[in-house]
Design a binder for this molecule. Sequence first.
Ligand SMILES: NC(=O)c1ccc[n+]([C@@H]2O[C@H](COP(=O)([O-])OP(=O)(O)OC[C@H]3O[C@@H](n4cnc5c(N)ncnc54)[C@H](OP(=O)(O)O)[C@@H]3O)[C@@H](O)[C@H]2O)c1
Length: 247
Amino acid sequence: MLLKGKTAVITGCNRGIGKATLKVFAEHGADVWACVRQVDDEFTTFLEALGQETGACLTPVCFDLADGDAVKEGAKSILAEKKPIDILVNNAGIIHTSLFQMTPVDKMKELFEVNYFSQLLLTQYMVKSMTRKRSGAIVNISSSAAIEGNEGRTAYASSKAAMICSTKVMAKELARANIRVNAIAPGLTMTDMMTGSTPEDALAQTLERICMKRVGEPEEIAKAALFLSSDLSSYMTGQVLRVDGGM
Ligand SMILES: NC(=O)c1ccc[n+]([C@@H]2O[C@H](COP(=O)([O-])OP(=O)(O)OC[C@H]3O[C@@H](n4cnc5c(N)ncnc54)[C@H](OP(=O)(O)O)[C@@H]3O)[C@@H](O)[C@H]2O)c1
């Protein structure tokens, strides 16, 4: 129960790494504002079952990260509950693959809006609560693509690299408020994003470069987020944790 008594905000909770993180956090005693673009019956049923199983208070919050005004409204609705926020996991994201010369600048802006600007906006709101409490942990889900600069990933890798840079800056600025800020750079992880954006030949080539010769599971990224959100990492800030099977 590493997060007992803590309240977390996690984006992109309805599938993939976000859903696994929501589950691990609830199992470790956290109450969670489960941010999603839309709530459907399947997600409602999942939240209810997980809440009953763990005793955690799991509340869905809807906003689209492509819409800055919606992000503000979502953030305000969370803060209006006056329940101090201890943890923020900026997880939701989108990917796009095309060669640099073939990538319209509008597409780059779209990726930056969802993967970067809206996440910073949400963070600014959540930091207000953390600053009042003088404690907090922020985990930004970046990507190994941000470090490796993979071909075809100008928009995606750049948006994720920007998040790494902001992680380091925020870590320096927010340490005085006792808020830690770290990033995770997952490698290939078995989610819709990976299967939808990694052709078989690219997957085979990348597996060659992974020491462990397999892709990661969403739970393995979630456990790293648990570590960075809990007191187990109490002396870590401004770091980028690669979780990639040894790429
Ligand atoms: N899987 C990998 O191999 C891998 C590797 C490195 C980094 N990552 C990063 O890990 C994070 C999670 O990825 P994943 O693999 O779990 O992807 P995923 O299965 O595609 O899930 C993406 C999540 O982000 C949400 N999302 C997308 N656009 C949104 C928007 N405009 N507003 C609100 N929510 C939005 C999705 O909600 P909807 O269901 O509504 O679309 C979904 O919950 C991402 O930041 C990704 O870049 C993944």
